[in-house]
Design a protein around this ligand. Structure first.
Ligand code: DON
Length: 560
């Protein structure tokens, strides 16, 4: 019996971790797309020294933690989607933050059951237990060729010697000046004399350099145990946080089977729960596969995509959470029968009010986190989306460790009625529990077909999933894949609640938007454009790899 179980388990693993045969890909050149040129260069340096894509991912993530500290870092977490060329293994490394063991379901509610403003967003009480350091250590140990210290050396150097403030850092810090000034350690680390340094000034982070060095030399225990852990816990508790040493000592990354499905000849491999990405994409594309989008007008296409997203995000809210805590009906959500049922309520001429699906809060939006995509010459691939949640996370730097803590606790549902900072509807499946991971939208994704492999992802809170969806639709529709066009294409979004189509300003024809309004949609032009997609395309026939960074934000795309 036990033997049978083992065989079944082995078959299951084989099924989950083995891509379709066509996925083996000869690559003639390496490519990296990341949100910062210094991070891309650090990744290139590692590949040039003989490291693989996994080592390069550590270098890129490490440098981003230093030069783009407002978007990700050691105090945060994320998901790494991996493809190992040697055996075709595809796996998602889940380095998502976890709620501290002292967390309670109602911890952000007042005595009337109303959310306490900012409680899940600012200061150490908003911070979940970081996962990125464990993720980097795991990558080095299980997949890399280099020791951690070698892959992290550029990050340590840039933290120690400083990096020149760029226009983006300047703008981000300026927009969060009050948050940074209100926490002395944050002000010391990210400001000079309590003001945002001018562009070009070197910003040194010696305390972060020391923590990076501990991680680099000792691996996970350099961060989760010993002096760094003690200093973080002491600082968090002194300011009203609830972390304990046990929270850090027990943190573990998880290897999870990615969500794998097909859409019109494309094989899509994407993030598994606790990301909602893969399941929401699968449900959406299973619904859309029932229509011939190419035959429809732009208005009709946008209407259908919005109606599809409305339903898929409804299910995101209803069913999705940390799979270690809630039973997600994944098989059903992935099935074509279910897609058929959900598609049945779509009216081709009129918007379905979300209220008819269920009831309704309203919203704010944010736009920060980071993504990178890397392929090496052996064909190893990494697509990683990393975050501390909103810009500069909780704004709290833990004591003298230089570690800026996330505010990922806000990704939980504070109550079943409350919406989070991205306006995502609350749900039972995503309520807070000790040791639970908050539901995420981060969606590192591979899309493979006869022509090649696309590796992509982006920041953008709840809009991440729709951005990845639009890029997949764009790839399917383009006769010749053009990765630069995919990352720059105009964006629109629907997330069930609030009940509206959000559209980027200045890119859609007014007539199309009027037609959508006539169908009963509320069309909401956002203030600015959104996302920062970083994609790599590997052309199957030539083996050539191409990289592209979203033109909305200047990043670093390199193929060589
Ligand atoms: O995991 C999530 O879904 C969010 N914490 C991601 C945050 C993000 O993309 C920031 N941009 N708005």
């Amino acid at each position: 019996m036990i033997k049978m179980q083992r065989v079944a388990y082995a078959l299951l693993l084989f099924f989950f971790f083995t891509p379709f045969a066509g996925a083996q890909q000869a690559v003639s050149n390496a490519a990296i797309a990341s949100a910062h040129p210094l991070a891309t260069l650090a990744g290139r340096e590692i590949l040039d020294q003989g490291g693989n894509a996994f080592d390069a991912a550590i270098a890129v993530a490490g440098v981003l933690a230093v030069v783009e500290p407002y978007n990700s870092g050691l105090g945060g977490g994320g998901f790494f989607l991996l493809h190992r060329a040697r055996d075709g293994r595809q796996v998602m490394l889940d380095a998502r933050e976890k709620a501290p063991l002292a967390a309670r379901t109602n911890m952000y509610l007042d005595h009337k059951g109303e959310p306490i403003p900012q409680a899940s967003l600012v200061g150490p009480l908003a911070a979940a237990i970081p996962g990125l350091p464990a993720g980097l250590a795991h990558l080095a140990k299980r997949y890399g060729r280099f020791p951690l210290w070698q892959s992290l050396s550029a990050a340590i150097r840039l933290a120690e010697d400083g990096f020149p403030i760029d226009a983006r850092y300047h703008a981000m810090a300026e927009s969060h000046l009050a948050l940074l000034q209100s926490h002395p350690e944050a002000a010391e680390q990210f400001l000079i004399e309590r003001m945002v340094p001018k562009v070009g000034v070197l910003l040194k982070q010696p305390q972060l350099a020391a923590t990076l060095r501990m991680l680099a030399q000792q691996g996970s225990k350099g961060f989760y145990r010993g002096p760094v852990a003690h200093a973080m816990v002491a600082a968090v508790r002194k300011q009203g946080g609830i972390w304990t040493q046990a929270d850090l000592a027990h943190y573990q990354v998880k290897e999870r089977a990615p969500i794998v499905f097909d859409y019109r000849g494309l094989r899509i491999v994407s993030a598994a729960p606790p990301s909602a990405g893969g399941l929401t994409l699968a449900e959406s594309l299973n619904i859309l596969a029932r229509y011939d989008l190419a035959q429809l007008s732009q208005t009709q296409q946008m209407h259908l995509v919005a109606e599809t997203l409305r339903r898929a995000y409804h299910d995101r809210a209803r069913y999705m959470g940390d799979p270690d805590f809630v039973r997600i009906p994944s098989a059903r959500l992935l099935s074509h029968e279910y897609a058929e049922q959900r598609a049945a309520s779509i009216d081709l001429h009129n918007a379905t009010p979300s209220a008819n699906l269920r009831t309704a809060p309203s919203v704010k939006q944010g736009d920060h986190t980071t993504h990178f995509s890397i392929v090496d010459r052996a064909g190893n691939r990494v697509a990683a989306t990393l975050s501390i949640n909103t810009l500069f996370g909780s704004g709290f730097v833990a004591g003298k460790t230089g570690v800026l803590l996330n505010n990922e606790m806000d990704d939980f549902a504070a109550s079943e009625q409350a919406q989070n900072v991205y306006g995502l509807a609350g749900s039972r499946a995503n309520r807070i529990a000790p040791g639970k991971r908050p539901l995420s939208s981060m969606s590192p994704t591979f899309v493979e077909d006869k022509r090649g492999v696309l590796m992509l992802g982006t920041p953008g809170g709840s809009r991440i999933i729709s951005m990845v969806l639009l890029a997949i639709l764009g790839l399917e529709a383009s006769p010749v894949p053009d990765v630069a066009a995919l990352v720059s294409a105009p964006r629109f979004h629907h997330q069930y609640l609030p009940d509206r189509i959000e559209v980027e300003p200045g890119v859609f024809n007014a007539e199309v938007l009027d037609e959508l309004t006539l169908k009963g949609h509320v069309v909401h032009l956002t203030q600015g454009k959104w996302g920062n997609m970083q994609a790599v395309w590997i052309d199957r026939a030539s083996g050539r790899a191409f990289a592209a960074s979203d033109p909305r934000v200047a990043g670093g795309a390199l193929a060589w």
